[in-house]
Ligand binder design. Structure first.
Ligand code: FAD
Ligand code: N01
Length: 542
């Protein structure tokens, strides 16, 4: 079968791509490993899973009708509500007929002579398309537990990122949970309420701030409805693609201690990422950053009754905000429960999983259940798990052996007609992802229409433009404190992964301007060519 576009992934990116490209008259097919739409919200069904960007902001903006008819119920939507939203979108825009579910793409190869991509799946089918768009997500390749003895455990094992659809009842069970990233921080308070005992193994403490979740305030709903286009415009022009961070232009160092404290307190009371915008230099100045670190440390000491537990929970080895800030509901308070124990897995590392539980360097633990909340091979993982080959059989895995290189996070030199949505070198995971997804999908769709209108068949990132962009991405990161943390942004959570800060920190607004400018200048930095290999005028799909 010959298509205009093959899309890999049916999360929010793949779903919008399908709707948009089909509407423009391109023939499109989507492949998806899961048996339903929703991506992140299909897979991550662990207890307590929810967004940490406010629901009204974390939603599609491309359709006024969709916005008018959908109403979120909570300030931060739960995973079930987000999955219902994804299914509603799929139904409303009749997406499923062009999605092949339960089908994983294993390889994508560019055929230079034909100027087409050949995509192969684990079902053995092969499809040919002029363009291939990787909508594979940034947090969809799970990190597999590799603890020695893992297979020997006789109890039940769960991983947050592959949670069973029916849920898990922890009542009366003794549970061990490994990890203290966002997934763990959301699930720990809920599991603790059910389990007989919950033991948490923390290697590195995270900074977490309260969500102050609750039913969506009617005033917030009314304000959003009354002024939605303006809210959406401001999102797109902002640093992070969302408005709740509400950036304060002042330095943390130009105000006195009492004022600083008042600002942090007020933002802590607002909840969520508001604290990230408390001062302009929190992620650029070590001294400013130290004030935020000290504030959160005080909060942990205030909430957690046992001083030793509070001390273990306090981050000390990296600056505030340089690992993804977590947003929680009663996380720190959960450590005051009599049925919860924290183990410092940096001081006493996990040595092995045993038939009855696990063993640290200090002692053995017995569990009915082990929960792995150990994260993802982020950003590059989903792309490199596919055997992607460009010109001359060039393997993406080889090209990116030292870290990802991409022009604008949209295309890769040597890989014509292959696009990535929210790829490395774009704001991506540093932003409200739906805003970044929509921007990329719109840009890619405009680009394909531009090519069709001009009877162009090939687009490819030019190597010098890519080099210059990658240098800019690296310089931007180097001007911040982010590279100091062993974060998944840096690839540091995966043994052997190159240590490179992968997303672009320049901000959603400025980045959008750059992409728009590139397009306005006839796709500056890209090479477009070859009328003889033009895109055929498609017949609009019904
Ligand atoms: P995904 O949702 O990851 O979808 C990609 C899809 O591609 C998946 O369904 C996957 O199965 C499929 N796929 C991958 N490889 C293949 C293949 N080879 N063949 C076939 N199919 C494939 N972002 C925010 O902005 N705010 C939040 O609050 C937020 N919360 C999050 C909470 C969790 C638990 C996680 C894990 C992420 C969160 N994110 C959040 C990031 C989230 O991933 C994005 O917001 C968004 O959902 C990404 O959509 P996507 O379509 O790009 O990718
Ligand atoms: O994964 P993580 P996550 N031994 O990588 C530990 C988004 N998200 O799934 O820090 C012992 O953050 C690891 O320890 P360390 C969000 O972008 C959003 O929780 O490497 N421990 C860490 O504590 C987020 O950032 C939400 O020392 C091991 C944990 O496991 C991203 O997804 C909710 C270990 C992994 O934390 C990933 O979050 C959920 C080992 N061998 C996710 N290996 C929202 O709130 C790993 N760990 C919206």
């Amino acid at each position: 079968m010959d298509l205009d576009v093959v899309v890999v992934g049916a999360g929010f990116a793949g779903m919008y791509l399908l709707h948009k490209l089909r509407g423009l008259g391109f023939s499109v097919r989507v492949y998806e490993t899961g048996d339903g739409v929703g991506g992140t919200w299909y897979w991550n069904r662990y207890p307590g899973a929810r967004v940490d960007i406010e629901s009204q902001e974390y939603s599609y903006s491309f359709s006024d009708e969709l916005e008018d008819e959908w109403q979120w119920s909570e300030r931060y939507a739960t995973q079930p509500e987000l999955l219902r939203y994804a299914n509603h979108v799929a139904d409303r825009f009749d997406l499923r007929r062009d999605i092949r579910f339960e089908t994983r793409v294993t390889a994508a190869r560019y055929d230079e002579a034909a100027n087409r991509w050949t995509v192969t799946t684990d079902r053995g089918d092969t499809v040919s398309a002029r363009f291939c768009v990787m909508a594979t997500g940034c947090l969809s390749a799970i990190k597999e537990p590799d603890f020695p003895g893992r297979e020997s455990f006789r109890g039940r094992t769960y991983q947050t990122s592959r949670w069973p659809p029916g849920g898990v009842d922890f009542t009366g069970l003794t549970v061990g949970l490994i990890g203290t990233g966002s997934s763990a921080i959301q699930s720990i308070p809920v599991i603790a309420e059910q389990a007989a005992h919950l033991t948490i193994f923390q290697r590195t403490p995270n900074f977490s701030v309260p969500a102050h979740n609750g039913p969506l305030d009617p005033d917030a709903i009314a304000a959003w409805k009354a002024d939605r286009p303006e809210y959406r415009r401001r999102q797109r022009a902002s640093q992070g693609g969302f408005l709740t961070s509400d950036p304060n232009p002042l330095s943390a160092l130009e105000v006195d201690e009492a004022t600083r404290r008042r600002v942090f307190e007020e933002r802590w009371a607002r909840g969520g990422f508001a604290i990230g915008g408390a001062f302009s230099d929190l992620v650029t100045s070590p001294e400013a950053n130290a004030t935020a670190t000290a504030f959160v440390a005080d909060k942990i000491r205030e909430i957690v009754e046992d001083p030793r537990t509070a001390d273990i929970l306090t981050p000390k080895t990296y600056p505030f905000g340089t690992k993804r800030l977590c947003v929680d509901t009663a996380y720190y308070a959960t450590f005051n429960r009599p049925n919860v124990t924290l183990v410092d897995a940096a001081a006493t590392p996990i040595e092995a999983i045993t038939p009855t539980g696990l063993r640290t360097s200090e002692r053995a633990f017995d569990f009915d259940v082990i929960v792995y909340a150990i994260g993802f091979d982020a950003m590059t993982g989903p792309l490199l798990r596919i055997d992607v080959r460009g010109r001359g059989g060039l393997a993406l895995r080889d090209l990116w052996a030292e870290g990802p290189k991409s022009y604008l996070g949209l295309m890769i030199a040597g890989f014509p007609n292959l696009f990535t949505v929210t790829g490395p070198s774009s704001p991506s995971v540093l932003s409200n992802m739906i805003v970044s997804i929509e921007q990329h999908v719109d840009w890619i769709s405009d680009c394909l229409s531009h090519m069709r209108d001009r009877r162009l068949g090939v687009i490819e990132a030019a190597a010098p433009a890519q080099e210059a962009w990658v240098a800019h991405v690296n310089e931007s990161a180097a001007a911040t404190l982010f590279p100091q943390a062993n974060s998944w942004y840096m690839g540091a959570n995966i043994p052997g992964k190159p240590r490179v800060f992968m997303p672009y920190i320049g901000g959603v607004g400025p980045y959008r301007e750059k992409c728009d400018d590139v397009a306005a200048k006839g796709y500056e930095g890209f090479v477009l060519s070859d009328a003889s290999r033009q895109i055929e005028r498609p017949t609009p799909s019904q």
